[in-house]
Design a protein around this ligand. Structure first.
Ligand code: GDP
Ligand code: MG
Length: 716
């Protein structure tokens, strides 16, 4: 008979680390909430009869976020045979809040007291036996990261899953609350209500008026009315709402447990983490430090170390060795010219151009994983909370954005952690402004081709993304669609620690493998198609690229981009193919300007692209491709998460419109400043942007003044 064990706990307590250890899988371990938004199952490594389910991290079982609902539904409906409740022992007080709720469910539960390595290092002491007594369940010390105690926890969970009636937990309530809960429980027990659910838990939920539970269980009108009367009476006594009363009771109970079991090392008030945090989250230093670090990351990945590797792969590996040899080989076989063209110019040229940038992407991901693993990125979310809050978004919105620096799809999915639907929609609209891995080759190609590898190019694109998020965030928040207070953002800041090479490499690979897989699938097919369209005309005769199908399509769209400085058909086509996957932008240039055709005088793809752009128009091109509608995969994710085509189109229109305006400004103003271009063009484009911004602000103001009266009557 198989056994199902659920892993439950707060975000960041080490669930996924433990899950990976138990099942031998490589799920994403991250140190911010929202990394595991769906439950994931796996078989225990040494006993395939046991199924382990990794649940999203939650602070409580009240259903305010999607993750809480997923976890609670699993526990209440799927009825696991046992639960391992992982508790971050270095934050035991906050963590036990969930524990009290889990224990109430009446499912056999073991508490895994994790992060004991940190507790010991801090010199704190926890009395395990007393803790186990107070909670009425087994408690086992673990350190998931070191693999200590994990086996013991599962063995215990398996053992108790077979015992019936093991649960001895009862949340001790003060008499004033105990009485009403008892009364509700009596009413339930007299009715023929579903006896399989723990009735004390159900009574507390009734007392709290838990919406989800009320909807799911068809209570009779009589029960509901009686419970409501009891609750109301108690609320009057406390002069507080019933949910807060229970919350207070839980913390009182936890306070008592803690005072009995935990002894803090009094000498050790300020940990190393606290000392580092004093500097990196300092009100004035935080942003400059963040800017410096990100500048360093993009500098190393895209401009310095990364370029060396990429130059070699692009020019030597794909340029000389691979296409040279394949060419000779195909010629030797005597295959048709068109087939040689397809293989050498189309597939090797296009896919090679993309693969050439993989080293840069990997180095970028390596560095980002390092920052994430050591705990710094969690601080960034905290720092951003201060800024985002000013215009009405919470720091929670920044987490999807951090994830989007790898790939927009998981970034968009990570918005599920947000309670407020408006903030969630707005975050989805903004999150792909952050350059994802697939956009890095575009930046790198131009940084090398046009800007001589200047170190400011790549970081500036990253910051352009953040600045646009802030500007658009401020503007969108003023409109009727997104108005509202930001939801509170609670986040445990993990202790800093030196990341293990294994976990950093695992993260890097986790993010990076998609690009190699994509290069061999989607990009490969796209390159074939692009090559075909640039080699043939509409009557399917082989022609020069300038008369091809591709050129004729590109020429239709090129005029739209002319004001942005890249009104040639090649750039138009590259931008359009970028909608399929952003790597295609580089692949298209690779095919059109052939790595394969590189000669002594004209050695690389880079030189040919360079001829078509000025520094200003190149930057406008990068900006447009960074900010415009993302790739199909991300558009699909937007559609799924938004749940409607209307919102999907609003998002794509908003993003592309923003991209157009930004690129227009860069090109027109840049030309006027650096190339003595037309001042009129610059003035007109500034005017257009200003008119749009003022338009948004005015219409927003009109709405508020109309609402003004209504709002007044609400103020106390
Ligand atoms: P989850 O959010 O509960 O799934 O937590 P994760 O498994 O993603 O871990 C969060 C962070 O805590 C990661 O940076 C882990 O490396 C770290 N971590 C997990 N377990 C331990 C532990 O026992 N000791 C220490 N020091 N760190 C841990
Ligand atoms: Mg996790």
């Amino acid at each position: 008979m198989s056994i199902k064990i659920g892993l439950a706990g707060n975000p960041n307590c080490g669930k996924t680390t433990m899950f990976n250890d138990l099942t031998g899988s490589t799920q994403y371990v991250g140190n911010w909430p929202g990394v595991t938004v769906e439950k994931k199952g796996g078989k225990l490594k040494w006993n395939k009869e046991v199924e382990i389910v990794d649940l999203p991290g939650i602070y409580s079982l009240s259903p305010y976020t999607l993750e809480e609902v997923v976890t609670r539904d699993f526990m209440v409906n799927d009825k696991p045979d046992a639960i391992i409740n992982i508790v971050d022992a270095s934050n035991i007080e906050r963590n036990l809040y969930l524990t009290t709720q889990v224990l109430e469910l009446g499912i056999p539960t073991v508490v895994a007291l994790n992060m004991m390595d940190i507790v010991k290092k801090n010199g704190d002491k926890i009395n395990i036996e007393k803790l186990s007594q107070s909670l009425g369940c087994p408690v086992i010390e673990t350190s998931a990261i070191k693999g200590q105690g994990i086996k013991k926890v599962v063995e215990k969970a398996i053992e108790i899953s077979k015992e019936s009636n093991i649960n001895n937990f009862k949340l001790e309530l003060s008499q004033e609350v105990e009485n009403p809960i008892n009364n509700i429980e009596n009413i339930l027990s007299r009715s023929d209500f579903n006896k399989t659910i723990n009735s004390r838990w159900l009574s507390i939920k009734l007392f709290e008026r838990d919406k989800n539970i009320l909807e799911k269980n068809k209570f009779s009108k009589e029960i509901l009315e009686k419970a409501e009367n009891i609750t109301k009476k108690c609320e009057n006594e406390f002069d507080d709402d019933s949910e807060s009363i229970i919350t207070g009771e839980r913390y009182d109970f936890i306070g008592k447990v803690i005072s009995k079991t935990v002894r803090k090392n009094s000498k050790n008030d300020e940990t190393t983490s606290d000392k580092i945090d004093k500097i990196v989250t300092n009100r004035f230093l935080a942003l400059p430090i963040f800017a410096l670090i990100m500048w360093g990351v993009y500098y190393i990945a895209v401009s310095s170390l990364g370029t060396i590797v990429t130059d070699w792969t692009n020019d030597t590996l794909f340029g000389d060795i691979i296409s040279g040899n394949v060419s000779t080989w195909l010629e030797g076989l005597g295959v048709a010219d068109w087939l040689q063209g397809l293989v050498v110019d189309g597939l090797i040229g296009g896919v090679g151009a993309v693969l050439g940038f993989v080293p840069q992407i990997m180095i970028l991901f390596f560095l980002l994983s390092l920052l994430e693993d050591c705990g710094y990125m969690s601080r960034v979310a905290f720092i951003m909370d201060r800024i985002f809050r000013k215009f009405g978004l919470s720091g929670k919105s920044f987490i999807p954005m951090l994830i989007s620096s790898g790939c927009g799809v998981p970034g968009i999915m990570a918005t599920r952690t947000m309670e407020n639907d408006r903030d969630r929609k707005m975050t989805i609209m903004l999150t792909t402004f952050i350059p994802c891995g697939a956009k890095v080759p575009i930046i790198a190609l131009f940084a090398g081709a046009i800007f001589g590898g200047a170190s400011w190019v790549a970081p500036s694109v990253y910051f352009l993304g953040i600045i646009m998020i802030i500007i658009c965030g401020i503007l969108l928040k003023k409109t009727k669609l997104f108005k509202g207070e930001p939801a509170p953002f609670v986040m445990e800041l993990p202790q800093y620690h030196i990341p293990t090479l294994k976990s950093v490499l695992m993260h890097m690979w986790d993010r990076g493998k998609a690009f190699i897989i994509k290069a061999g699938t989607i990009i490969f097919v796209a390159c074939g198609a692009i090559w075909f369209m640039q080699s043939f005309n509409w009557s399917l005769e082989m022609v020069d690229a300038s008369e091809s199908i591709l050129a004729s399509i590109g020429s239709v769209f090129a005029p739209i981009f002319a004001p942005l400085g890249f009104g040639n058909w090649q750039s138009a086509v590259a931008t359009i193919t970028g909608l399929v996957a952003k790597e295609n932008v580089v692949a298209t240039f690779g095919i059109l300007f052939g790595i394969a055709e590189a000669t002594e005088e004209d050695p690389t793809l880079i030189m040919n692209v360079a001829g078509m752009f000025t520094a200003v128009s190149a930057f406008a091109f990068i900006a447009f491709n960074m900010l415009c509608a993302p790739c199909f995969a991300a558009i699909g994710a937007i559609k799924r998460e938004m749940g409607s085509w209307k919102w999907t189109w609003i998002t794509l229109g908003f993003q592309t419109g923003t991209a157009y305006l930004v690129a227009l400004l860069i090109n027109q103003v840049g030309n006027a400043l650096f190339y003595s271009g037309s001042v009129v063009g610059a003035v007109i484009s500034i005017a257009i942007v200003l008119v749009i911004i003022i338009g948004i602000l005015l219409s927003a103001k009109k709405e508020t003044s109309m609402n003004g009266k209504v709002q007044l009557s609400y103020t106390k």
